[in-house]
Design a protein around this ligand. Structure first.
Ligand code: SF4
Ligand code: SF4
Length: 608
């Protein structure tokens, strides 16, 4: 019986994984992949499957956990965003050599654009480097189906397989036909074989040969062969597309009326591209246009620059998302039709993002500016990156780099006999993810800086997933919780203090004390602990009281420009600030920000 359900792409991937008997799933949150694991947990509960589902401390750990299940004969999956794959690349490359005995799917969600990432890198390139086959879905329904196909491919050849959705697949919604669940019936069985599972370099060479043979065989596996969409035409031109670019191209073929003139192929498995398909393309068509995001993975495998047009040849823009308007122009030009004019929709831009009203990160950043006005402020990946608006974030490189960059600045300035105040910021989840090794390194090297761990008790930016410090598992169950301060001290840090940043005057004083310690005795850590304002709101937290602007307001704009709480609104006509009661959380931190003392609790005077 048909069971059609409206699903978001990430939900569909999760359903496909559970449906196909995935027994172990691990992830670290990152947009656009974050919802996959929470959906897996929901589907496994719905179907009563016995699974291990976890938010791992980072993507490398997540991949290693899932991979290990797949060498006991189980089906296992790991999900992450594309930059998370960089973190997990070390075990991925090795896992490709060693292979699996069960099914192993690496879901790496790419972000062409990019909409919410540091880079718009193409996970398929990393898969090519690792010699891992990749499946490239064009829709939520296809992503769900390819989750099962991926497990079959993985088991047929004993290799990890990558499923590579992009943001538009992950976040699109589609009416999906959902088959019944097949409960996993396998039991873990690890067959010892040190020559394989703990292979030395001599054996690795042989394993590499075997992997190359597998990849050659996968390039003719029928289940993932390219699909010709309009088989009745016999043209001289072909469009080869994958992922969302294919979905746009298929619609535009109908709208432009070119289905009878140009062949359209969907590539499901961009790497390894089917060998017979490459031969067919080069033997049949005089001109071939390749549409893919974001790197020329298909194009470089076809590689005949006289006839193949794509990102490598400049026929297709070399960077950015392939929006329908862009593909329409590319197809029109390729088909010899008039090319639409006018401006293309801008990629990126939009409203300037800002920290939420009542967010304690704002207090931390304001305090950092007050404590070290001439300081350098390295920061990290998370919602607190928005501290850039408050001039309290100078650098953002990658997960955990705030700590190593803080040390790097100190060493660089020290060479010329200078000392500069350095206050780095990192979120609690990011600290557990990648902040601990650089902190150990900083202690060992005698670096002089203050690290503020912004501990809001959640992974806020990606949807409030638990951290290693919250004591909550992926399914809401109670787990052990890491003692953050104990961990910091165990790294060798001698100054480790915890405070609520919303108590602004005390917090500024603590930062100044930490700076003195850092200058004289090395790295100091301040844990800025206050729950995420949005979580507190969702939990039904009561507003502590109303805050008002009194008649003392001079309209100096200090609170608006330097503190930037969205609930503080400057009224140009009245030349003064008012409070937006709809969004004000009543945290009262702004009371300490106004130099005129014009902000106070309701009892203080004039209501705004
Ligand atoms: S409330 Fe205070 S800081 Fe804000 S504009 Fe008025 S006087 Fe300036
Ligand atoms: S009390 Fe002040 S800082 Fe807190 S949310 Fe309201 S306006 Fe913003």
């Amino acid at each position: 019986m048909s069971n059609r359900i409206l699903m978001q792409g990430n939900d569909a991937i999760a359903r496909g994984l559970v449906e196909a008997g995935c027994a172990v799933a691990a992830s670290y949150p990152g947009t656009p992949a974050s919802e996959i694991l929470s959906s897996i947990d929901r589907w496994r509960k719905k179907c009563g499957a016995t699974m291990h589902v976890e938010w791992a401390v980072n993507e490398k750990v997540a991949l290693e956990i899932a991979y290990t299940a797949a060498i006991t004969g189980l089906r296992a999956a790991v999900s992450m965003k594309q930059v998370g794959l960089n973190v997990a690349s070390d075990p991925l490359l090795s896992a490709a050599y060693l292979g699996v005995t069960g099914g192993f799917l690496v879901v790496s969600a790419d972000d062409p654009g990019p909409h919410s990432s540091q880079t718009e890198q193409d996970s398929r390139l990393l898969a090519m480097m690792a010699k891992v086959p990749v499946l490239d879905p064009a829709s939520p329904a296809q992503a769900m189906a390819l989750a099962g196909t991926g497990f079959e491919l993985s088991e047929a050849f004993g290799v990890p397989v990558m499923l590579r959705p992009t943001t538009r697949v992950c976040h699109a919604s589609q009416d999906v036909d959902a088959p019944p669940f097949l409960p996993p019936v396998r039991e873990a069985r690890f067959v010892k074989d040190p020559a394989r599972w703990a292979a030395t370099p001599v054996h690795r060479r042989l394993l590499h040969d075997r992997l190359a043979e597998k990849i050659a065989a996968i390039a003719s596996w029928p289940a993932t062969a390219p699909i010709r969409v309009n088989p009745e035409v016999s043209p001289t031109k072909a469009v080869v597309a994958s992922g969302v670019a294919f979905a746009h191209a298929r619609e535009l073929f109908g709208e432009l009326g070119i289905s009878g003139r140009i062949a359209l192929f969907q590539v499901i498995q961009p790497y390894p591209l089917h060998a017979a398909f490459i031969d067919h393309l080069l033997e049949t068509y005089a001109e071939i246009l390749v549409l893919e995001e974001s790197a020329p993975v298909i194009e470089m495998q076809v590689a005949d620059r006289r006839r193949v047009h794509g990102r490598m040849t400049g026929a297709v823009p070399g960077t950015g998302e392939l929006l329908p308007e862009i593909i329409e122009r590319l197809l029109s030009r390729f088909a010899g039709l008039p090319v639409p004019g006018g401006a293309l929709p801008a990629q990126g831009g939009g409203r300037r993002p800002t920290l939420c009203p009542g967010c304690a990160h704002r207090s931390s950043f304001y305090a950092i500016r007050m404590a070290a006005p001439a300081g350098i402020y390295p920061s990290d990946i998370g919602c607190y990156t928005l501290g850039i608006n408050l001039d309290a974030v100078d650098t953002v490189l990658c997960m955990g780099a705030a700590v190593s960059q803080a040390a790097g600045f100190d060493y660089a300035y020290r060479l010329s006999g200078k000392q500069v105040d350095i206050i780095a910021t990192i979120g609690d989840s990011t600290f557990y993810h990648a902040g601990i090794p650089p902190l150990i390194d900083a202690v060992v090297q005698g670096a002089r800086f203050v690290l503020v761990i912004l501990d809001n008790g959640t992974t806020a930016m990606t949807g409030n997933q638990p951290t290693a410090g919250t004591g909550i598992g992926a399914g809401g169950e109670t787990t052990a919780a890491v003692d953050m301060e104990g961990l910091v001290r165990a790294c060798g840090v001698r100054f480790c203090r915890t405070a609520n940043p919303d108590r602004l005057p005390e917090f500024i004083a603590l930062l100044k004390e930490a700076l003195v310690h850092a200058r004289e005795r090395g790295v100091a850590v301040v844990v800025a602990r206050q729950p995420c304002a949005m979580v507190a709101l969702a939990d039904g937290g009561k507003k502590p009281g109303s805050i008002v602007i009194t008649g003392e307001c001079t309209g100096c704009r200090h609170c608006v420009d330097q503190f930037e709480c969205p609930a503080l609104v400057f009224d140009e006509a009245a030349n003064r600030v008012r409070i937006d009661e709809m969004i004000c959380t009543g945290c009262g931190v702004c009371v300490h920000v106004c130099p005129e003392g014009a902000i106070g609790p309701e009892s203080a005077g004039e209501d705004s």
